[in-house]
Design a binder for this molecule. Structure first.
Ligand code: ASP
Length: 328
């Protein structure tokens, strides 16, 4: 059965409705509807930087390519953009002025790879993919990850751009708070989930983490189950925001498990945000957002505070931004 445009928008864009309608939608019993054809291919990713990333992923998906290739190609776009100051080249440094990057990737077979606290490599997601494909391990960190990258042909480059260095010097002069106020622009993650024409799911995420973090700090983004989780039988989830809170809740694994229990992506994200809230008494001072898709192609998101958005691209939705509903 063909999916009508109306059905499609209803199924994919619940999170784009007005807040009151959203609250109602989230309160409804939310077992995923088996009605209609699955939506595929599809790519969805976090924040405005998701638009460019989705286009690169869409080139792969629309040509019949694999979701794994799509998510890698997609998140490489902001990684390589020096003006994108929360990911890859040009990312905010740590408190010692060193840019350290976190990334991971996961495919439809549950295989995954990850790098954390990686210095000097523009595309950590591609290193993460090689960890998955060429080692018996899931995660490499720090110098070991960099050595592995160099041994596999990656070049070490200076990732600290003049703009990021200037921001760091300003921070040094002012000695800002250890945790930046909610919604400040010194940390974000591109998390991407894709379904290919064959119906297989993959995901990737990559970030420079919390700006002005302690040297060696690792956030949720490279941790499988925290910043990203994909189960081909169920769906996938990715997160952004204050990584420490997401790690404590094993956030993305939780979202996927809630979808496995029959909750829609929107409801699963909302329930995971509520878990984060329950575990963090200071939740009003942090932002956490989850983005999820189930294998039917239903998309949902939820966050603590207003401001989190995501970009969706399908054959019917031409790369549109949606605001995630929020608890505050
Ligand atoms: N979750 C990332 C981290 O904590 C940052 C972000 O997405 O805002 O490293």
């Amino acid at each position: 059965m063909m999916t009508t445009r109306r059905e499609f928008l209803k199924r994919t864009a619940v999170a784009a409705a007005a807040p009151s309608a959203l609250a109602m939608a989230c309160a409804e019993p939310s077992v995923p509807s088996p009605v209609g054809d699955p939506i595929r291919p599809l790519v969805v990713s976090t924040w405005n930087m998701g638009l460019g990333a989705n286009e690169a992923a869409w080139e792969v998906l629309s040509a019949g390519g694999r979701a794994l290739d799509a998510v890698e190609a997609g998140v490489r776009v902001p990684e390589g953009d020096p003006n994108e100051m929360t990911v890859g080249l040009g990312g905010f440094p740590d408190r010692d002025g060193i840019v350290t990057l976190d990334a991971c990737i996961m495919d439809e077979n549950g295989r995954c790879g990850s790098v954390a606290a990686l210095e000097g490599i523009v595309h950590p997601v591609s290193v993460a993919r090689l960890v998955m494909e060429r080692t018996p391990h899931v995660m490499l960190v720090g110098k070991g990850a960099q050595d592995f990258a160099v041994a596999n042909g990656f070049e070490i480059e200076n990732l600290l751009t003049p703009d990021a260095e200037a921001a760091w010097r300003r921070w040094l002069a002012e000695q800002g708070p250890e945790r930046p106020p909610i919604n400040v622009e010194n940390h974000d993650t591109i998390g991407m989930l894709a379904i290919d024409q064959a119906g297989n799911l993959s995901g990737a995420c990559t970030t420079s983490g919390a700006g002005m973090k302690y040297h060696g700090r690792v956030g949720d983004s490279p941790i499988i189950g925290a910043g990203l989780y994909v189960d081909n039988e169920v769906g996938g989830a990715t997160s952004t925001g204050w990584g420490e809170a997401v790690i404590r809740a094993v956030g993305c694994f939780l979202v996927v498990e809630l979808m496995r229990q029959g909750h829609s992506p929107a409801k699963a994200c909302e329930m995971a945000v509520d878990r984060v809230i329950a575990k963090n008494p200071d939740w009003r001072d942090i932002q956490v957002g989850f983005l999820a898709v189930n294998r039917q192609g239903e998309v949902g998101a939820f966050c603590i505070a207003p401001g989190f958005n995501y970009a969706l691209r399908t054959s019917e939705v031409e790369n549109v931004m949606f605001d995630a509903p929020s608890r505050i």
